[in-house]
Structures are given as C-alpha cells and as structure tokens.
Design a protein around this ligand. Structure first.
Ligand code: FAD
Length: 316
C-alpha cells in the first residue's frame, strides 16, 4: 500500500541525535522530511541518565530531556514523525531514482532521498542487573561517563582495542582500573597493550569473567570468576565499562548498501554518501570509531546538506 501520494525528497530512518539533526536541517531547507523513530524513539541516549559532554548544556542534561528537546525542535519545523520501524527497503541504483521504504508490513513510502541514521547497539555481557544499572554505574563509554568516577575504582571488560583505549583513558582519571579479559591474551594491538601495561594503576585479570553485579539501587561492585583456578572474588568498584563491541543496526541494508567487515555502512571519506545514489548515512551506523552524540548530530547535519546538494544536481 502506497502511504504518501507524492514522492518524497527526504525520508530519515532513526530518531537518535543523527536522525533529528538531519531532520532539522532538511526541514529548514524545505525538504519536508519524514522520520521513522524505530522501536527506540530518541535512540541510545534514552538509556542513560546524565549527558555531560553535549555542547550547550553547562549543567549537563538528562538523556531523555535532550532527545525530547531534539524531537520538539524537529517538529517545530514540521518534520513528520512516524512511530514505526522500517522493515525493508528497495533502493534504486539510478541517479535521481526512487527508493521504496516499507513499514508496518506492506505500507511503503517512496523517496528520492534517504538518510539512514539507525545507530548501533552495545553488546551486553548477559548478566543480571547490567541493563537496569545502565547510567547507574554500568557504562559503554569511558569518554561519556569516566568523569563521574574520578578518583574511584572502576573495571573495563574486554580484550580488544576499544577496551584498552577505555582502560587507558580511565587510568588518567580513576584511582584503579581493573581490566577483565575473558581469554588469556589480548586481541588489542601491541602498542595499546604496551601503553596499558606501563600504567601503575591498571590491574589486568586474564581468563576472567564478570558473573555478577553487586548493588541494590546502583552498581557497588562485581563478582569475577577466574576460569583457570575456578575461584571467584568480589571487587568493589563504582563503574563497570563494558567494551566487548557494538553492533550497527544494518540488518535491513545487507546486500543493499556496501557495509564494512563489522557491518557498518561504508561512506565516502569526509562525506555521508553511501554506495547507492540518494542514500546517505549518519551517526553511529557509519562510525565505529567516535560513537558520540555530538558526532552523530554533526554527521546528521552533513547528511542533510549532502542530500540537498544531490537533489539540486539531479532531477529537480
Ligand atoms: C548507555 C549509553 C550512554 C551514552 N552516553 C553518552 C554520552 O554521555 N555522551 C555522548 O556523546 N554519547 C553517549 N552515548 C553514545 C550515544 O548515545 C550515541 O553515539 C548516539 O546516540 C548515536 O546516535 P545515532 O543517532 O547515530 O543513533 P542511536 O542513538 O543509536 O539511534 C538510532 C535510532 O534508529 C532507530 N532505528 C534502528 N533501526 C530502525 C529501523 N529499522 N527503522 C526505524 N528506526 C530504526 C532506533 O529506534 C533509534 O531511534 C551513550 C550510549 C549509551 C548506550
């Protein structure tokens, strides 16, 4: 069923910082954007408490408030918001071609421009209380939350580059950093291993798993199981930083857009242009490195500007 009669200029999939930022820019450039919120309206920031590093909020802002404000700002410029997930797309390979965006079983919208801002999700350990304590001691981002644990003891879980980058960052702020590695070796690059091994306040625990989160209302410690000697112990920490990877939300774009080996959408260097004409990608879905609200909002702006240029060069 064809929902909107006319062919759209701009459909945005995703309602995180990248989606709303692109909507505001697109709306103000008369592209009349339609945004699909997906099943997490407001995106990942709605799962945290205080956001202290987003520009313009000297006292910080709650993640939900930031995203509600972003939605209101997009609505102020008449962005049409559809509270649905996109379940399928048919992407045109033709310059100026029309893309078909399906939702709610067989309903669809057609659009010449498409901005993909579907974000990513952090991988969880799969233990009790880890979701409940997100923003209450459990974190997926040292740059975002490390500051709240200044001079305190924390732990990082993971043995890859990201985990050691997090450990390195935290070691400059926190009193003690436990690095908990499931294997008996690191997957991380040698240079990161070397950097972390030189830190006096970093304690590396190989062959170890976090099996329990301790605390009633917020995280107060963790129970660690050592696979070699089959013993467990409790360490008291204020922050647990889980760095075992992120999954980009790109299932519906497999075999439709070029993805890298981790599943992130490939864009042209310094742009948001994807492998299909008229399709642009912004935010975490195309960024495995920075993954910040502000960089997502930045690339959301870029996607709207790239789309505006595309529309002015073709068809119209
Ligand atoms: C617990 C936590 C705390 C964080 N704290 C901070 C912080 O303090 N500062 C900071 O800068 N960053 C922080 N981050 C990172 C930040 O949240 C992300 O970098 C940012 O939200 C990415 O924005 P995005 O718009 O790319 O995607 P997301 O925020 O991931 O949003 C993706 C959107 O796409 C939608 N979507 C997905 N699939 C579909 C589909 N098929 N159809 C329709 N919609 C779809 C989802 O519903 C969602 O609305 C934190 C992340 C987490 C998890």
């Amino acid at each position: 069923m064809f929902l909107e009669k006319k062919i759209q200029d701009c459909v945005i999939i995703g309602s995180g910082p990248a989606g709303y930022s692109s909507a505001i820019y697109a709306a103000r450039a008369d592209m009349n954007p339609i945004i699909f919120t997906g099943d997490q309206p407001g995106g990942q920031l709605t799962t945290t408490t205080d956001v202290d590093n987003y520009l313009g909020f000297p006292e910080g802002i709650h993640g939900n408030d930031l995203m509600n404000n972003s939605k209101k700002q997009a609505e102020r410029f008449h962005t049409k918001i559809i509270n649905q997930s996109v379940n399928r797309v048919i992407l045109s390979s033709k310059e100026g071609g029309v893309h078909r965006i399906f939702f709610d079983t067989e309903k669809y919208i057609e659009s010449i421009g498409l901005i993909v801002a579907t974000g990513s999700k952090p991988k969880f350990l799969g233990i009790n209380k880890e979701k409940k304590f997100m923003g209450l001691g459990v974190s997926f981002c040292a740059i975002c939350d490390g500051f709240f644990h200044k001079e305190k003891d924390v732990a990082v879980v993971g043995g890859g580059d990201k985990a050691l980058e997090e450990a390195n960052y935290l070691s400059k702020i926190c009193k003690k950093v436990y690095v908990i590695v499931r294997k008996n070796y690191f997957k991380a690059s040698k240079i990161l291993q070397y950097r972390v091994s030189r830190k006096k306040n970093v304690n590396i625990l190989f062959s170890s798993n976090v099996i329990e989160i301790i605390g009633d209302n917020f995280l107060e410690g963790i129970k660690i199981f050592n696979q070699k000697n089959k013993t467990s112990r409790i360490v008291l920490i204020s922050g647990l930083f889980i760095a075992i990877g992120h999954l980009p939300n790109t299932e519906i774009f497999k075999n439709k857009l070029d993805l890298d080996e981790k599943g992130y959408i490939v864009v042209q260097k310094g742009k948001t242009i994807t492998s299909k004409p008229g399709v642009f990608a912004a935010g975490d879905v195309q960024d495995s490195v920075y993954r910040q609200a502000i960089t997502s909002a930045g690339t959301g702006c870029m996607a709207a500007l790239d789309l505006e240029r595309y529309l002015s060069l073709c068809v119209k």
